[in-house]
Write a protein that binds this ligand. Structure first.
Ligand SMILES: [Mg+2]
Ligand SMILES: [Zn+2]
Length: 147
């Protein structure tokens, strides 16, 4: 069992576009990379959890999101900040799904795939009302990077 760093994608690891899906727009923040590296070195799993309502809105397809993710993951790997998993919510806010953050559905999905020590895990993001709120719901630590 390992703790995890659950990190947001847009606005946290990479600059928000918004509705990022073109790899040409990819810009990665160094502070996020350093935090990911630091948690990796402490034995944490690194798991991206991301709301991608642009899929439900028809702005981009799952395939386009995956191409963006692959470009991001490759750059992170090159920087020594490899990611163990990535989970996304494709729904519209009005869908009332359980996976859209600050809901905990994406973390629950990750916990089915990995043996995660939730109590000692951390949520990282750029929004206190999203990632901060999610961490509070779960009673775990959060790191909010104000951009
Ligand atoms: Mg964000
Ligand atoms: Zn969802």
């Amino acid at each position: 069992m390992k703790p995890a760093l659950f990190t947001d994608r847009d606005g946290t690891i990479n600059r928000d576009c918004p509705y990022c899906h073109d790899p040409a727009d990819l810009f990665i923040f160094d502070d996020a990379v350093n935090i990911i590296r630091d948690y990796k070195s402490k034995g944490y799993l690194i798991i991206i959890i991301t709301n991608q309502s642009g899929i439900a809105r028809g702005f981009f397809t799952v395939r386009e999101m995956e191409e963006f993710n692959n470009a991001l993951l490759e750059k992170l790997r090159e920087k020594g900040a490899g990611v163990d998993g990535i989970y996304f919510c494709p729904h519209h806010p009005g869908d009332n799904c359980t996976c859209r953050k600050p809901g905990d559905g994406l973390i629950r999905q990750a916990m089915k795939d990995f043996d995660i020590d939730l109590e000692n895990s951390v949520v990282m993001g750029d929004r206190d009302d999203i990632e901060g709120e999610l961490a509070r719901k779960l009673g775990i630590k959060s790191i909010i990077l104000h951009r």
